[in-house]
Design a protein. Structure first.
Ligand code: RFL
Length: 380
């Protein structure tokens, strides 16, 4: 089957769906191809915070009711150091710019409902003629039918393992990779969430606890040499109690366990011919600072604005404006990563630096304001 559209979007994650929604609401025709089934996409649990910059994307597009309803504004952030609590009022420090708590799977469900038509279970997606004025996408549907879509632009929103970035000749891009040398066990548990997002720094290693709805928590636990997926639940809870400095931490059924290796990756430029990459397809970042999903949404909004504008200049500026924001977030995430993990490393000099970095946040109002500005999402 052959058809035409203005924009072919590969991937129905936060980036692809936000792009599709913004384009369709502005009268631009697009087709969204997703490799997975709808039920899988709707249930994939990952991020939980929309920073203020990302919430503004939906506000400014008149989509706040559809997308943000009921998502509570974040208030305080707790940084616990060796069991001793310290609080930062991030929204106030950032000049009244609160982030909102919205689990990624709920955001994706709302986006799917607002976007409407998405083609799930699209297999063997392939991109063709990217440097021509009429690129094409081919794919096979769930029943084995072959399809070809001719379009003006392709948006590669298919995540880090997708096909879009791999369709660019390697000589046309530069990639930057960094392994932070840190691993986390991440858990979802039916355990009461903390009152405020909680990050705990200790010589036993980093731990954190965040709300995932009214009765569930996501926990993070840094691991060192052994395989944390083999840890018995009793050991997991012992370690959480120790590092969070909370001997009476309420436990619950662990519903999911995953290992996260802290890696960063950036592709430059984020475009090749008529293909534009957005979100994890172009860059990944450590979860410190919670910027992954937010960068994906910001890319989508920038790309939508350029496609709506339609001028060659707007599309040419897409990559550099997204990369500036991406590197800013990478630097913040690395800075934050060192601050909360270096208390557990062998090097005493770096342990002292990390402690000084932490204390500066509570001694210096401009330092706290700069931190809060980055947490809330810089408005550029
Ligand atoms: P996604 O969400 O990976 O979506 C890409 C979509 O493309 C589909 N796809 C294909 N479709 C068609 N053809 C192909 N060949 C395809 N290949 C792939 C996939 O099935 C998928 O539906 O990318 P997107 O839209 O760029 O969004 C990025 C975010 O999902 C990601 O940055 C965040 O989840 C990262 N992340 C976090 N970000 C935050 O902002 N705050 C957090 O607290 C946070 N926590 C996390 C995270 C990521 C995690 N994992 C597992 C990677 C916690 C975890 C555990």
């Amino acid at each position: 089957m052959r058809e035409t559209t203005r924009v072919a979007i590969i991937g129905a994650g936060p980036a692809g769906l936000t792009l599709a929604l913004l384009l369709r609401r502005n009268g631009i025709d697009c087709v969204v191809l997703e490799r997975r089934a709808r039920s899988y996409v709707e249930q994939r649990q990952r991020a939980g915070v929309l920073d203020h910059h990302a919430t503004r994307i939906f506000d400014q597009a008149g989509l706040a009711d559809e997308i943000l309803t009921g998502a509570p504004a974040e208030t305080l952030l707790e940084l616990r150091y060796d069991g001793s609590p310290h609080f930062l009022d991030v929204p106030s420090l950032a000049g009244g710019r609160p982030s909102r708590s919205l689990p990624q799977q709920l955001l994706v469900r709302r986006l799917l409902a607002a976007v409407g038509d998405v083609r799930f279970e699209a297999r063997e997606v392939a991109l063709h003629d990217l440097t021509s004025s009429r690129p094409r996408v081919t794919y096979t549907d769930a029943d084995g039918g072959s399809h070809e879509i001719a379009c003006s632009y392709i948006a590669g929103c298919d995540g880090f393992h997708g096909v879009s970035r791999r369709s660019i000749p390697s000589a046309a891009v530069t990639t930057y990779e960094f392994d932070h040398g840190i691993g986390w066990l991440t858990l979802l548990a039916d355990a009461p969430p903390p009152r405020y997002p909680l990050m705990a720094i200790s010589s036993h290693g980093y731990a954190a606890q965040f709300a995932r709805g009214p009765a569930a928590s996501r926990f993070y636990l840094q691991f060192f040499a052994d395989d944390p997926l083999a840890w018995p639940s009793s050991y997991v809870w012992d370690q959480l109690r120790l590092r969070l400095g909370d001997p009476s931490l309420p436990t619950g059924t662990i519903t999911d366990r995953e290992v996260v290796e802290m890696r960063s990756f950036v592709t430059e430029p984020m475009a090749y011919g008529r293909l534009h990459l957005a979100g994890d397809a172009a860059h990944i970042i450590t979860p410190m600072g919670a910027k992954g999903m937010n960068l994906a949404l910001s890319d989508a909004a920038t790309l939508a604005a350029a496609l709506i504008d339609g001028s060659p200049g707007a599309l040419e500026a897409y990559s550099s404006s997204c990369l500036a924001r991406t590197w800013d977030a990478q630097e913040f995430s690395r800075w934050f990563t060192e601050m909360v993990h270096d208390a557990g490393i062998a090097d005493p000099f770096r342990r002292k630096l990390a402690r000084a970095r932490f204390e500066r946040l509570f001694r210096s109002p401009p330092a706290a304001a700069a931190f809060a500005d980055l947490m809330s999402g810089t408005d550029y």
